[in-house]
Design a protein around this ligand. Sequence first.
Ligand code: NZQ
Ligand code: ZN
Length: 386
Amino acid sequence: MYDFMFHVPTKIYFGRGQISHLAELSDFGQKALLVYGGGSIKRNGIYDEAIRILTHAGIEVVELSGVEPNPRIETVRRGVGLCAREGVDMVLAIGGGSTIDCAKVVAAGARYDGDPWDLVLDGSKAASALPIFSVLTLSATGSEMDAFAVISDMSKNEKWGTGAECMKPTMSVLDPSYTFSVSPKQTAAGTADMMSHTFESYFSMDEGAYVQKRLAEGLLGTMIHFGPIALAHPDDYDARANLMWAASHAINGLVSDGCSPAWCVHPMEHELSAFYDITHGEGLAILTPAWMEHVLDAQTAPLFAAYGCNVWGLSGVDDMKVAREAISRTRAFFVEAMHLPATLREVGITDEKNFEVMARKAADGCKGSFVALSQDDIVEIYRAAL
Ligand code: NZQ
Ligand code: ZN
């Protein structure tokens, strides 16, 4: 196990009605930038509830609305401008990962003397940020409890992840009932995303990180058990609650610290979203089985076999056979149980014309992964997923 520093400063209020804790924001100032997306929080009543609590606590609200799925740098710049003009004390995101990510870079941008795109390209430039709060409405990214944000500049087909200690939220409200209204498509994509976060840490060559691997298997088992239940019964509280808490732990350092190699499926997916603006979790569900098949060999088979035994309940003495079955179960889970797309064609990517350039951009991020991937490997994986 490698040395590491584990630090999650985010106070979590988990459960029904926990939004009342937004009153605590008054400890941090009197003016908040409320960041939200395309309006789901107005349709499901969370907006009204938040405004009522904030007003009662004496907090003035300035709004940044319309944050896009795959949030754009233009929206971040709009938010930074609002913070400066309005003298905002803190940033409150209500929504999914896109909204929270946008809020994080706005909060850091408000304390940065330059264009916030600099912070996307280089997280080390984010030295401080306004206090960040979130009310999570979609279980997927773990942004509510991590240091990361992913922002796009579609004019350049660029989507990059950044991260900084100062971008960890101060407090997040996790009310599983807020996710009852999440669509089947986003529920499935969110489940694929949290599974991919877990895979990215789990599939690493360091054998010493035993406890991280067992924790990861527990999270994966939870996601595989409750994903289909949440699809079939969107208002099943326990299904939504278990998915929500599992998603937070998939990326807050619990399963990655001490064993984390560079991720690789995420850099490959970010290029798909940067060029084709597809839903992140759908891209991951398409690429993951193709990546698993590409990296399966005699050296990696034992870990894939362990995954098969400990997550899928498989057994057998032939690692390669068990590994193949585990990969096939993973694909079937995404496609048959969660109704996610199986191929790039199904999300509108019908030819190879951008594969070389996408692979070149992704390759840097994939060098130190479980199995280091070259540009050619990545093109092959895209082709296999087509
Ligand atoms: O915009 P609104 O109207 O709110 O609708 C959203 C959006 O259309 C809707 N939605 C959210 N909560 C809802 C709801 N609809 C009904 N009821 C609710 N309770 O869902 C749609 C998708 O929302 P979005 O925030 O885009 O989804 P998600 O949470 O999956 O976030 C995806 C973004 O996060 C990045 C991805 O790259 C992508 O840009 N990631 C962030 C990470 C992080 N911060 O650590 C890591 C991830 O790997 C990921 O890359
Ligand atoms: Zn992700």
